[in-house]
Design a protein around this ligand. Sequence first.
Ligand code: GLV
Ligand code: MN
Ligand code: MN
Length: 405
Amino acid sequence: MENKEGDLVRVDNNRFLADLHKLRSFGASGIGKGVVRPAYSQADMEAREWLAQQMRDAGLRVEVDPMGNLFGLTDGPSVLLGSHSDSQPEGGWLDGALGVIAALEVARASREAGGPAVSVVSFQDEEGRFGVTTGSAVWSGHLTMDQADVLCDHSGVPLAQARQVVPVTEAVDPAQFTGFIEMHIEQGPVLDSTGERIGVVTDIVGIRDMKITFEGQQNHAGTTPMHIRRDAFQAVSAFNHALNERFANVVTPATVWTVGHVSLHPNASSIVPGKAVFSMQWRDGDADRLGRMEQIIRDLAQEIADVRGMQVSFGTLLGLEPVAMDARLRTALEAGAETVAPDRWRQMPSGALHDATNVSRLMPVAMLFVPSINGISHAFEEDTAEDDLVAGLEVLAAAIDVLGG
Ligand code: GLV
Ligand code: MN
Ligand code: MN
């Protein structure tokens, strides 16, 4: 796709795609275009070092805050563009990376053209090794550094320890930014199935996430009769089964809930597990519904523990509220979408969480999506057609033109 004549910000599509592929090389999994680049891993830190150099080469001033959020800054007020460059434990090459590299390209192209002032960010731990969008949660003041530091990953490593690898420079004042735009892959099936090329986001859903622990009695798997067992995995299994029924009158087709991580102790074939810790996550666009679901979860887990003579305990409840996108920024994206992909774009909500949710505490925010092939993400198969990646970049550049300096 050629850059259009007359654009103030003339993005270089080839440079953008080359940088996107280069970023993938940090933590490339070897399976498809997959990436393994969790927050603070060696691959993540090397990728951030490379990104910082690209920012410097683009004439931006690099700052890294105590969480490891990486900023490439212009002087004076600017629009902030970006996303995150950490990945899920098994992730795709575009989740987060696309928004960071698109931001870099638009900032670079705008400087070359003497266009609007654009700064760039790659937030840290958006993928929640330690919580939910942890880097932007701390930067925005949703969590204090002290609250975040005690959060542990699934292996028990606290954030305070993991972030010691961060080459901190200084805190970054959000007051210098006039707004934030995050470009991202959709991560769902809507655009791919309709054949549309751009989604302009209306709202981002809310989320709740907490660990739940059942503790029973570790025992011998051959000699312990079934009726006297206090098996922690049986409790998880019963909880998960009953939960779907308990939710039936509360949820809508858009509500989602997931047990994505289970850890059994001691996790051996011939031992009745005495302890199970699992993640319970639920998302919806309605904060009241999220609250009603929480009550059902807590009551059901307690009921299951009581019936089985076991203990249940609940970890810290993490959450983000649903947020609406800013009308002015959204309109700029919609104008860009209509220019780049006439009649082939739509307004849509986001079922995935994004750093934009946290940033909306500080300034106006907006988001745009490009299609995910077969709607797959948080998996090595995640991909997007090259033309669609470029279309998204062009919409972002066009929005920056519309918004001006
Ligand atoms: C972000 O990666 C999410 O889980 O929605
Ligand atoms: Mn993401
Ligand atoms: Mn993700």
